[in-house]
Write a protein that binds this ligand. Structure first.
Ligand SMILES: [Cu+2]
Length: 395
């Protein structure tokens, strides 16, 4: 195929189109990310795109040149009456090389990146999740190794040769049975194992925790609400949401009077913590990897997760040899541009430290909110504007 034909061929054009689209995508993504930092990064962005475009063309050119050289060599050999290149042999050896390098890559990924996957479990149910994860990983790893060896090993060992003829195997019931029954059995065991583990973790019959905490997600932060001395959280209604009453707490419910707001999710060790999960705009996801906790926060659909932290933050700081270590609550749903920054510090403390901390937290029902709601002890001078905003409360 000549150079003109190469340029004109549909395949080349569609490849180029896909590449341009990919480049534009990259450009758009970078442009969004760089929107805040304005023009400063623009130079770097264009250099980045140009670099990848150039790299793609150089790599394509190298492959094309190598292919042409081999083709010319092959034709020359044939013209001289020789056998030419043994493509079956080359492809077979390529498969063997791919098998060895691929297996090494998988081993490297498992040992180097695998150790980064999950930190030590710091909750009572964490062990059960981990053992399920390990069982699944070991089983899939065994299947992966066997299938890869069979796939590329067979392609190498039984590569095309003039000395032997391929065996024609149209159908074999025994093989069909084996490769249907074995995976079905293994998958059933895994699903049933997972089902019982999840049932045990969620344990909804004993839904009430020692401490109930409301965790509400919105773009792009988490709001926390703790119960006061009565241990009960007041109800909420999204219609009551105002600038001051961010969570739409219903103050007709007396349980809400002593509720507290907090900046850090402080929880006592070895106590059952129930977090009530809410979302105010889009779907977010409460994710605390150390505690093996993850549950979506869906607008209009309150959910909860109950767990028992078992390792103090101070103990974890010693274990990780990191004096600044903090547990974190992340958002695990890509919920918008500020998603990456949507996190809250979680601190596991002793019961005494928790009591000290909770005593210092500010009431959710702040003075300005009392004024907005016309509470008896608030000053009578309420602006007309604010008063009209409270109409929704009487619905
Ligand atoms: Cu989010």
């Amino acid at each position: 195929m000549g150079f003109k034909q190469l340029i004109n061929s549909k395949k080349t054009l569609s490849l180029f189109a896909a590449f341009v689209l990919f480049g534009t995508n990259r450009l758009m993504a970078q442009a969004t990310a760089a929107a805040d930092t304005a023009t400063a990064d623009k130079g770097a962005m264009w250099t980045g795109v140009a670099y990848y475009v150039l790299l793609f063309f150089v790599a394509s050119l190298c492959v094309a040149i190598l292919g042409k050289i081999l083709r010319v060599y092959d034709l020359t050999q044939k013209m001289q009456g020789k056998k030419g290149l043994n493509w079956n042999g080359i492809m077979g050896i390529c498969c063997a090389i791919f098998l060895i390098t691929g297996m090494y890559g998988a081993y490297w990924s498992l040992t180097v990146q695998g150790s980064m996957s999950l930190p030590e479990a710091a909750s009572a149910h964490g062990g059960a999740i981990d053992s399920m994860f390990t069982t699944t990983t070991i089983l899939t790893l065994i299947v992966f190794v066997i299938t890869q060896i069979c796939l590329f090993g067979f392609a190498f060992v039984y590569r095309g040769s003039d000395k032997r003829k391929a065996y024609f195997l149209p159908h074999n019931n025994t093989i069909e049975k084996i490769w249907t029954i074995v995976p079905a059995t293994v998958l059933t065991i895994l699903v049933v194992f997972g089902f019982f583990t999840w049932q045990k973790v969620m344990n909804s019959t004993e839904a009430k925790g020692d401490i109930n905490i409301d965790v509400t997600g919105h773009q792009f932060s988490w709001e926390l609400r703790y119960p006061g001395t009565d241990g009960k959280l007041g109800s909420t209604n999204f219609r009551l949401t105002t600038a001051l009453n961010k969570l739409g707490v219903n103050f007709k419910d007396r349980n809400s009077f002593d509720d507290l707001s907090a900046d850090t999710l402080v929880i006592p060790v070895n106590k059952s913590i129930r977090i009530n999960i809410h979302a105010q705009d889009v779907i977010h996801s409460v994710y605390m990897p150390h505690f093996r906790v993850q549950l979506n926060a869906v607008p209009g659909l309150p959910t909860f997760f109950k767990f028992t932290p078992t390792i103090l933050t101070s103990e974890m700081r010693r274990k990780t040899d990191d004096p600044k270590f903090e547990y974190l609550l992340y958002c695990n749903k890509i919920c918008g541009t500020g998603h990456y920054n949507m996190q809250k510090v979680v601190r596991v403390v002793t019961q005494a430290e928790y009591q000290d901390w909770i005593a210092k937290q500010k009431p959710y029902l702040s003075e300005p909110l009392k004024k907005e709601l016309h509470f008896a002890d608030a000053k009578p001078s309420i602006p007309v504007q604010a008063a009209s905003n409270t109409l929704a409360l009487n619905n």
